[in-house]
Design a protein around this ligand. Structure first.
Ligand code: UFG
Length: 349
């Protein structure tokens, strides 16, 4: 990508798990960052670079004032509710946080004249894809409100970009993000984590009594669900690549479709293209921790597709993304180092 000069980036949800890793990477690349986060699940301590404004996306006045003051070159939108199971039980929370708040943000972004936007989308927009690895052209049939609420925002972005040629976006459809900063500066830190790798490692530490396996009768080789686990630092790099792509024309963007126009909007899967079953992840977690933690077979969790693996050619080709940590063992090792650090902190060691 051409762009290399420092940019100003407004990051919603920058105090959360993925957002905080991206903020750190933006800082290391020399960019100026303002994090806008209501700290509902994120923490102040996770913002290792830039300014933090504690605010809600529903607070239109603060949101607009902050955008006007900071005048970013681009916006990255991470703030969202992210649990598939919870979304089935509390769908309106998901439409509120993930769809309605995104609408507020987009209106504020356009009112402030910002025309570059990077969106945290999800593989959950595909539902149960008919063909795996799933390409970006696959039908969009989410099977849970989480995926549906994110698809609403993708649809708004598509329609906005069509109506407004000055506006360009990159939508990154995350597969299963896991692991922690390789230097253990950051990691996942939720009060009640639900993701497989975090649950498994906390079970190894004795924080949870056992790990439940949600469904062993799926149409997969070992009966458990298959996912494409991507290291959070590689995902952070994908955001820097998307930013460089969107800003490669800085200063020349005319929005006219002629030479010098904004780069075309893009939708890219973010995964490695390789799947691991729940059983395989558990086996690797036991190996990395050296602890034979207890597991228990449980029923299927509502809203879970059987197999989600990314076709990742597009992001490699269009954004030049080159992942460095395509290795389940490394993902687990970095997450384990982080979990041990958290446990030490909590026990005052
Ligand atoms: N699982 C268990 N036991 C647990 C937790 C999870 O068996 O205690 C299973 C789940 O049923 C699923 C797999 O492990 O089969 C992965 O579940 P996660 O909760 O770790 O992740 P999800 O696949 O539900 O969701 C994640 C992200 C979404 C993203 C999705 C895409 O949270 O944002 O991956 O695959 F859309």
């Amino acid at each position: 990508m051409l762009q290399s000069s420092p940019l100003k980036v407004f990051v919603t949800g920058g105090a959360g798990y993925i957002g905080s890793h991206v903020v750190l990477a933006l800082g290391e690349a020399g960019h100026e960052v303002l994090v806008y986060d209501n700290l509902s699940t994120g923490s102040r301590a996770a913002v290792l670079h830039g300014e933090l404004v504690v605010g809600d996306l529903a607070d239109n006045i603060l949101l607009r004032e902050t955008l006007e003051r900071f005048r970013p070159d681009a916006v990255m939108h991470f703030a969202a509710s992210i649990e598939v199971g919870e979304s089935v039980r509390a769908p309106l929370k998901y439409y509120r946080n993930n769809s309605a708040n995104a609408l507020n943000l987009l209106e504020a972004v356009r009112a402030a004249g910002i025309d570059r936007f990077i969106f945290s989308s999800t593989a959950a927009v595909y539902g149960n894809p008919p063909v795996v690895p799933v390409t970006e052209e696959a039908p969009l049939n989410p099977i849970n409100p989480y995926g549906a609420s994110k698809l609403v925002t993708e649809t708004m972005l598509r329609d906005l970009a069509a109506a407004d040629p000055a506006f360009s976006y990159v939508s990154l459809r995350y597969f299963n993000v896991a692991g922690a900063d390789p230097f253990t500066r950051l990691g996942q830190d939720y009060a009640n984590p639900t993701h497989l790798i975090t649950r498994a490692l906390k079970t190894a530490l004795g924080i949870f009594p056992k790990l439940q396996l949600f469904g062993t009768d799926y149409p997969t080789p070992d009966g458990t669900c298959i996912r494409d686990y991507i290291h959070v630092a590689d995902l952070a790099q994908a955001h820097l690549d998307a930013l460089a792509y969107l800003c490669s024309d800085m200063g020349t963007c005319t929005g006219t479709g002629s030479a010098g126009a904004c780069p075309p909007s893009l939708i890219c899967n973010c995964g490695y293209g390789r799947g691991f079953s729940v059983n395989e992840v558990v086996a690797m977690a036991r190996e990395v921790t050296g602890i034979d933690f207890p597991i228990e077979t449980a029923g299927r969790r509502e809203g879970d597709p059987a197999e989600l693996v990314a076709a990742s050619d597009r992001i490699r080709r269009t954004l030049g993304w080159q992942p460095r940590h395509d290795d389940l063992e490394f993902i687990l090792k970095t997450a384990w180092a982080w979990e041990k650090k958290l446990a030490d902190k909590q026990s005052g060691r």
